[in-house]
Design a protein around this ligand. Sequence first.
Ligand code: AGP
Length: 612
Amino acid sequence: MCGIVGYTGNKSAKDVLIEGLKKLEYRGYDSAGVALEDNGKLEICKAAGSVGDLEKTLNGKFNTAGLGLGHTRWATHGRPTDENAHPHYSASREIVVVHNGIIENHQALRDRLSIEGGYEFRSETDTEVLAHLIEEYYRGDLFEALRRALLDVEGSYALVAASSREPEKLVCARKDSPLIIGYGDGENLIASDIPALLTHTRKTCILEDGELAVLTADRVVVYNRQGDILEKDTLEIDWDLEAAEKGGYDHFMLKEIMEQPVAVRETLRQRISAGEGKVSLSELEFSVDELKRVEKIFIVACGTAYHAGLVGKAVIEKLVGIPVEVEVASEFRYREPLLEQNHLVIVISQSGETADTLAGLRLARSRGLNVMAITNVVGSTVSREADHVLYTWAGPEIAVASTKAYLTQLIALYLFAIYLGESRGVLPVEEAMGLVKGLQSLPGKLNSVLNEENVARLKTYCDHLAKWESAFFVGRNLDSPVAMEGSLKLKEISYIHAEACAAGELKHGPLALIVDGIPVIALVTQEAVLDKALSNIQEINARGGEVFAIAQEGFDDVQNQVDSVFYLPPVHNLLTPVLSVVPTQLIAYYAALARGSAVDKPRNLAKSVTVE
Ligand code: AGP
């Protein structure tokens, strides 16, 4: 995710852009830049760093510019550097572009432009390709050049461009990444999200996929991809700024839970071909021999990332047939693990800055082992020190409680397991096809889990749960690590003392804590152990526990044995954690809400634990 702001009007474009970009920093903040129209030229000022740093650099400059576009970056292609910051110039420096999204065929376009067109690239980004491509088609009409260029482009984009030959005009286009027009009086704006507009206008129009627009100070025209003019409804925004930054949700955590279908889709993008059942992870630089030599994997992480690793263990062992140890990083780094050269260490970290995980990474590297990082932050310390990086594309995660990052960590682990199994020739094609098709179906299935009716049901359940000071999460097999994650979510934001337990372990002690009415959330998705899970539920019922089951559709016996059941849409058995964790996230959220906790910033916790 990145933040884009464009402005044309009678105010200082610089001021409008800086103020708007600051309100979009939650969408990305590793680098920032603006292009401002100044005496017939488009001057770019950009650098790695925050919008505040950019503001200082601009101090006293370009005060009279009435047109400009700006960008705050969340790096995907290319590290957070000055050169990779947006905006990007075309070769002639007459056209500038900012972009949010991923140009999937950027390499082919880059090759074509440099070989056939002699274009020289200054950055590692996919966005720069757009600037040169628009120039290639420019014949005096910027809108037409953009429209024509996009016919060559595959991928997702929200982009804004300007040309010094048409200095009164902003042109923009949207596919899969958001763009919203703000209508002013003698001024018009374009932005990735509403917060950047609210100081100037509440009259907006949301561009739909495939739509383009041309903005001047006194006119906005919206087109379809064929260049036909469209009549668009306007939308009056009545949110206050704080609500707008959360996309209208009350908390970042809920917004990020709801963003999970998109986060999963983006993390899968360009990495699966369902038709062949193939996974391609071109960003990894393992040789096939290296992958074949791996005899054991250690997954090292903390907290939620550790719980993702537990799912990864089950999946990798099942699909690849090699042993996987999952280690809490704070233990791994001090216990002198038995590491050998043919072991692979995978570190998982949303922030890429967690001290314990980083220490685990450095220990592995000091022993000469190959280290792969799964992280959500491009350019993070973990990403720079690992030998290989598999990014999750969840976008910035603001809430302390990790949700969408966790889900995309699971996706990254599934992708790696399939990739490793295929590379080692041990994963049958049919099995890979089934898994890849299952992965591809996840965004749609997540949307159905997150439908209004389900969310309302879970909210009602939490009114009851919130009255308790303790609760249990139980599960067997793949449901056990999900129980652990659900328990962590509930305890860290609602402060209810939630405990996770492998369901088969209850009788070995925890059953003593099952008292009349105590809430027990039971994950029941694994057919192989369904009978056992049902008998564990009977054990709980017999002691008066109140069971809320999260079960696979079709497990009809469950509803006869529990107080309420939340059925999940059917999905490949190995992929059930991606769906079953979501109700537990919503349970944690609504329980915390009912108890008046500070949902996004729970007591005693930090988003990234950069100290031991
Ligand atoms: C997750 O909800 C917690 N906030 C916490 O356990 C977190 O997962 C852990 O600190 C690891 O963070 P990282 O993924 O950034 O390394």
